[in-house]
Design a protein around this ligand. Structure first.
Ligand code: ZN
Length: 225
């Protein structure tokens, strides 16, 4: 069992087996229901790229206050080290690291950033496998990720402008074939005001076996695989 809490935008907290993972924790963002001060425990912090709305700064703060391990692409990991984070993994594309019973794989994304390259994460937990693609447009390698890792939960950026739109995102779901998809990266700003219900309709047509879970910031979903 794992519990996924949506923290708005592209930010998630995942709790499984007594471990807490933060993904792209933009807790200073306008839609986040929690702040860094509210974080009482964290084991792993994953940051896909260094754009401010993906929570690098908050991730560093969380690691410093909890002792959590920071995982990112090499150049961003090195930045976290020089910003004072003690436990850092500096992965690169295609590489994995095992932390306890959690396996984290860094994969490519098509986007931009300053430090290294933009990335996504495939996280294998005892309760299931997650794919957080970061900010990206669609690419056909997503089908390979589905084949190689049998993804249970895909966090789908749907807002357009900076990432995929609902059409590309629904096609990405069809390529990946997860059990569940959770839309993200929409509604935070006017330029990314997509309708998640429209995304759900497209998924129902293109990948009817996949269930779409629309979460509001602060809402949680328990996944039992
Ligand atoms: Zn970005």
């Amino acid at each position: 069992m794992m519990k996924i809490t949506y923290l708005g935008h592209a930010s998630f907290k995942v709790e499984a087996d007594g471990k807490t993972i933060f993904l792209d924790p933009w807790l200073n963002g306008p839609t986040s229901p929690m702040k860094v001060d509210d974080v009482t425990a964290a084991d792993i912090v994953l940051v896909t790229h260094d754009h401010g709305d993906h929570g690098y700064a908050e991730g560093v703060e969380i690691c410093k206050k909890t002792g959590a391990t920071f995982v990112a692409i090499n150049e961003l990991g090195l930045r976290a080290k020089s910003d004072g984070v003690e436990n850092v993994h500096t992965l690169n594309i295609g590489g994995s690291v095992q932390i306890g019973d959690i396996s984290i794989t860094l994969v490519h994304a098509f986007h931009s950033c300053e430090a290294g390259s933009p990335t996504g994460f495939i996280v294998k937990l005892p309760g299931g496998t997650l794919y957080h693609p970061g900010d990206t447009g669609i690419f056909t390698d997503m089908a390979l990720f589905g084949e190689l890792y049998s993804i249970d939960v895909f966090f789908a950026p749907i807002g357009s402008y900076y990432t995929m739109d609902i059409t590309q995102a629904a096609k990405a779901v069809e390529l990946i074939m997860p059990k569940v998809t959770i839309p993200m990266h929409y509604g935070t700003f006017p330029v990314i005001s997509a309708n998640p219900e429209d995304f759900a309709k497209l998924v129902a047509n293109m990948a009817p076996k996949v269930s779409v879970e629309i979460l509001s910031p602060g809402n949680s979903k328990e996944i039992n695989i």
